[in-house]
Design a binder for this molecule. Sequence first.
Ligand SMILES: C[S@@+](CC[C@H](N)C(=O)[O-])C[C@H]1O[C@@H](n2cnc3c(N)ncnc32)[C@H](O)[C@@H]1O
Length: 258
Amino acid sequence: MTESDIITLSKPEKKLRFSAALDFSYRPPFEAIFAERVPVLQAFALAMANYSLLSSERRTFGLWGRVRRALSSPVKAPFRAVECGVYTGSSLVACAKMAYDAGLSFEMIGLDTFSGLPELSETDLRLAPAGAKYINTTLFADTTFDHVQSKLVERGLAGSVQLRQGLFSQTLPALPEQRYHFVNIDCDLYDPHLECLSYFYPRMVPGGIMFFDDYHSIDYPMAAHAINEFMQDKPEKLMHLRFGDDAANRTKCFFIKY
Ligand SMILES: C[S@@+](CC[C@H](N)C(=O)[O-])C[C@H]1O[C@@H](n2cnc3c(N)ncnc32)[C@H](O)[C@@H]1O
């Protein structure tokens, strides 16, 4: 360990600015597409606040405490977030932009096939509402890895956000072993929810947030089945964020990891 390691740990994050109120440049009335992003941004902001709180507690240690901490963890972990189900990158870019604007040291990963939903499982077929579009059509296929990557480059976010292409069953085992402060699960179907929950739940930091886009979805009831099944023996409670008056499709939920 060098002296600069200790200085880095004790140095205040000068640029970091965060307030519990969201700093939107938009003013109401919001367009629906923007309103839909509000719950995920609220949950993301809460995860950033929890991360900042934990790092400021670190700074309250005395000199010897800081030295001991530096010895056990010489590099301060950045805020780490992941999105499972990126499609064209709207929520990925919105969250990354929020972390960037807050001056946070952050790393984000976006996981997707970038060629649409995978084949439906028997559970999906059993639970899908009659006439659901995705039974006979591959939804979300009108995107590409390059399209989302170019959005990240245009917004100056490519250095902080990495995309991984493929089925979760292929990309999750290839991720580096690390802990996460925010996990956004937006992948509609039954097996993909269980794959992401099983992988990320044990890798979340205490105070980290897992957000579910589809828990209340009318079109994808299999999402809630998977989430309820996974969470039934876990201590965390789901919290629900409703926006607009189309109650079901416009309610999202999340939990804070114990
Ligand atoms: C509703 S879209 C995501 C929307 C996105 N978060 C946004 O802000 O617009 C769902 C995405 O999940 C992806 N997906 C679902 N199951 C997957 C799996 N097993 N592996 C990889 N991607 C998957 C689909 O390819 C699709 O792009």
